[in-house]
Design a protein around this ligand. Sequence first.
Ligand code: CUA
Length: 369
Amino acid sequence: MQYTSWVPIFPEQASTFAWQVDLLYFYLIAVSIAFSIPIVAAIIFFGLKYKEREKYATPDELHGSIVLETTWSIIPFVVSMTIFLGGAYVYFEQYTPPTDAMEIYVVGKQWMWKMQHGTGQREINELHVPVGRKIKLTMTTEDVLHDFFVPAFRTKADVVPGRYTYLWFEATKPGKYHLFCAEYCGLNHSGMGGWVYVMEQKDFDNWLAGNTSGQTPVELGKDLFQNKLGCASCHAGGPQQRGAKLEGIYGKEVKLVGGQTVVADDQYIRNSILNPASQVVEGYQPIMPTFKGQVTDEQLNGLVAYIKSLSGVTGTTGGTTGTSLSASNTATNSASSLPSNTMTPRRADRGNSGPGSNPNAPAAANSNR
Ligand code: CUA
């Protein structure tokens, strides 16, 4: 990887907000230097000038200086406010994903990154994205905390078991950029990395076309919903309907038994699959069984994507929309989901501890069995 940043030891600036982060960083360094040097110089100067010359000398009385005191109040105020405002701007810019972004799912696992594109292509420890497009990553992990970090994009975010976190970026130049895990996650943490390949749109389209796409997240979720898990038997309309209607639900406020309301976002849908009794929609019985331990995080992503699609919400996809469901991809799917079910050590906080175990669930809803 070549270093073409204007500071030799810095990684490239390859995203739209890289320069903002660097600017803030160098501003902080400049402020630190601007304060440190005069302070150290003053300590030495005054130490010499006012060193003890006679024992028990009585110093002259000093009276304050309004000008001096006002100056040393206003300057630090201005400096700290510029740091605060600059930091807040960069923060909100980075952690407010745009709505028109291309969505990619990321699942962390000891010790690899599994990516899935909206068009179904899967990758491990590699992520191909087009240049100049907003990319939103929806991330979760099968086991412990990880952290998705691409230094050249100057952005990172924790990947947390049991919930979704988001990261977005827009790459500004084609290239190959290091991807790291930036949260100590066990023995091979240091090896949990890879590369982000930023490509021109047409190269990206070629890449997409050259990769057999498996089921898209929406197709995977639809298959689980309608066939494999049988969700449709309760949630589809008609006389059989015993579960909440899901069409158009995404992003709306939902009234729960007990009077609370929640917004039906990714997190709510996920929680409703894993801990159905914790947030029951008003007007329905808490009869839904939990699917905790029966679905992998990738399958959960699919279910969430499918339920979103029922409300017309889709992450915009790359180029060619491949929808083939080939045998090889089915094999890949089961191969990648198998180890997670059987070999991944479960942490205490996501064990099989019943429906009320969701730490995010409101206390009142927990007693609702
Ligand atoms: Cu994953 Cu460190």
